[in-house]
Design a protein around this ligand. Structure first.
Ligand SMILES: [Zn+2]
Ligand SMILES: [Zn+2]
Length: 379
């Protein structure tokens, strides 16, 4: 790093402390609040002061299954303020409000050429960290954003858009990618099983693609939110058989496409049954490896297609940013619980054991800002 660059950082980073709070994953179902060093940044990198970070189902599965080594600091739906910049960073300066993607593909490898970006080896490298093995770092006060993310995966938040709204850019992108995989045509009927925050976003995007959307969930609270967003065809799966209800509404055929936005593998069979012959079923939440029984004739004879979608697409980055920043959907409404970072472990606990009334859970180191700094007043 050049001397000028270092001086600039020192000048601007006077208020950056040496240590910070973080929710540290220490092993299966063990996340502790700890004091850790504030990450150092190098040339081309940013230090992000985290305001809001959404809790994602994939974080919860990693914590519950021990699929990843410990220690780590998770959290990848992160919005906040640039606290410091490394030498050579031109497009951002301290004080900018930003949201970051934590994965960006190389765009050159075999997988990228076929647009299966989530399978790209570069994409699998995580470009944001709050310390330890890079894992997102949003569940901490500060996160280091690495150079390739600064160049291609960092987005400024326009004035008037909140940190809460902005932290949905990545989840919205993943939902757009899932909808694209279904190749919906206007007039088709889609059943979305599960009306948690992701199921609702998927339903809104399916409707935007011209489909008639039927939503189902076990919790009346969630169906009420779906209804308030204008979804008229609602199935209370605790009361009625969703497969039969969908067939009744489609002249006995079944839905043209079914979106499974619930992690339970037991719902794969009913999702297949709810699709019409020749229809498509999207597995959106089946992120754990395992085995399930499927009827092979449903795929061969009935020509139903089972498709999957995971993580974000760089090709949909601009579209997802536009959708969120233009407030095409009021995403803040999907947040049911906001926790300060001090209560991070409790936030993860609640998100892992959702209540009927819980939707999106966010951890907000930024709740402490108002009394500490000027940035808080910018929101
Ligand atoms: Zn996520
Ligand atoms: Zn690649």
């Amino acid at each position: 790093m050049g001397i000028a660059g270092q001086l600039a950082i020192e000048d601007r980073s006077q208020s950056i402390p040496a240590t910070m709070l973080a929710a540290v994953y220490r092993g299966v179902n063990e996340v502790r609040l700890e004091t850790v060093p504030v990450p150092q940044i190098g040339a081309g990198e940013l230090l992000l002061r985290v305001h809001t970070c959404g809790v994602c189902g994939t974080d919860l599965k990693k914590i519950a299954s021990g699929s990843h080594s410990a220690p780590r600091i998770f959290g990848h739906e992160t919005s906040g303020v640039v606290a410091a910049i490394g030498a050579g960073v031109k497009n951002f300066e301290p004080g900018d409000r930003i949201v970051v993607f934590h994965h960006i593909p190389c765009r050159q490898c075999y997988y990228c050429r076929y647009k299966t970006f989530a399978q790209c080896p570069t994409y699998k490298k995580v470009g944001c960290t709050a310390g330890f093995e890079p894992s997102g770092g949003g569940f901490a006060e500060y996160a280091r954003v690495m150079d390739w993310i600064v160049e291609q995966g960092t987005v400024k938040i326009p004035a008037g858009v909140s940190f809460e709204q902005a932290c949905f850019v990545e989840p919205v992108n993943t939902c757009m990618k899932g909808i694209e995989a279904l190749r919906l045509e206007p007039g088709e009927t889609v059943l979305t099983i599960g009306q948690g925050p992701i199921g609702i976003i998927l339903s809104v995007l399916a409707r935007k693609a011209g489909a008639t959307v039927i939503t189902s969930d076990l919790y009346p609270e969630r169906l009420r939110i779906a209804k308030s967003l204008g979804f008229e065809h609602i199935i209370d799966a605790s009361q009625s058989d969703a497969v039969r209800a969908v067939r009744e509404r489609t002249e006995g055929r079944g839905a043209d496409a079914v979106i499974l936005a619930v992690g339970s593998n037991a719902l794969i069979r009913p999702a297949m049954d709810a699709a019409r012959p020749g229809g498509r079923v999207l597995l959106f939440a089946q992120t754990q490896r395992g085995e399930v029984v499927v009827d092979p004739a449903a795929i061969c004879v009935d020509e139903k297609a089972l498709v999957g979608s995971y993580s974000a697409s760089v090709d949909l980055q601009e579209e997802s940013v536009r959708f969120v920043m233009n407030r095409e959907m009021d995403l803040e409404r999907l947040i049911s619980h906001r926790f300060p970072l001090q209560e991070g472990p409790r936030a993860l606990e609640l998100a892992a054991n959702p209540q009927p009334s819980s939707m999106k859970v966010v951890i907000q180191p930024g709740t402490a800002w108002n009394r500490q700094t000027r940035e808080g007043s910018q929101q």
